[in-house]
Design a protein around this ligand. Structure first.
Ligand SMILES: Cc1cc2nc3c(=O)[nH]c(=O)nc-3n(C[C@H](O)[C@H](O)[C@H](O)COP(=O)(O)O)c2cc1C
Length: 205
């Protein structure tokens, strides 16, 4: 039995149910072809005004120097486990529209949508992605000379999830923990804030 598979109350696609964020990664490289497809999936995400405000810096363990530079842009708590992943990616968002330099209020939303596409593509390929907000944006700006109005926002560790049984205790515990979610009635409302929508109080037969 796959203990990490979503215990969904209503049917969802297999690829969504099977996605989760591991702390342990196998010592196995990800092919360049797979990585290209992950970024291709991100490329085809929807975005406000088709602005495509996402940008990525990528480093693999095959290039230890580059990998270290990117690793050092994560907070220490994330470095501790992410260093075992074969691939690290920094997500950098363009916060202003290219055409008129006005604030793009959808920019971070759209970076998230692109991440969603990338994660689904990765899961379908047997890969796992662990996203991170725990990064050091100022460090990233300095290391990669990220220009004004662009900001490193999130990172991703990508690879093949490890067998939890083979992990050190602290990581094993995290990767064996059951996955928790709020019920739909706590966030899908109709008519009034906090009033659960009748739609989500029904069971499917
Ligand atoms: C935008 C974003 C930022 C996250 N930041 C971190 C992080 O800095 N460190 C970490 O260990 N996990 C991080 N996570 C992973 C979440 O804790 C994880 O997705 C959540 O607990 C749900 O677990 P699941 O992905 O296995 O379903 C982040 C996830 C997302 C989507």
């Amino acid at each position: 039995m796959n203990i990490k598979k979503a215990a969904a109350d209503y049917p969802i696609q297999k690829v969504l149910a099977e996605r989760w964020s591991p702390y342990g990664f196998e010592d196995r490289a990800v092919s360049e072809a797979d990585l290209r497809s992950l970024f291709e999936a991100a490329r085809w995400a929807a975005s406000s005004y088709n602005e495509q405000p996402w940008n990525y810096l990528v480093a693999t363990r095959e290039n230890p120097q580059e990998f270290k530079r990117l690793l050092l842009c994560l907070v220490e708590a994330n470095q501790a486990w992410a260093k075992a992943a074969p691939v690290l990616v920094l997500g950098v968002v363009r916060l202003r529209f290219a055409k008129n330099n006005q604030d793009n209020r959808a920019a971070v939303h759209d970076l998230g949508l692109a991440a969603g596409n990338l994660v689904v593509e990765a899961t379908a390929r047997g890969l796992s992605v662990h996203q991170m907000i725990g990064i050091l944006p100022d460090k990233a700006r300095e290391v990669y000379q990220i220009p004004e109005h662009f900001e490193a926002w999130t990172a991703m560790a990508i690879g093949y999830k490890a067998d939890p049984a083979k992990l050190p205790d602290a990581l094993k515990e995290r990767d064996l923990a059951p996955r928790q979610r709020k019920p739909l009635s706590e966030f899908v409302f109709t008519g009034q804030w906090k009033k659960p929508s009748p739609l989500v109080l029904k069971r499917d037969t």
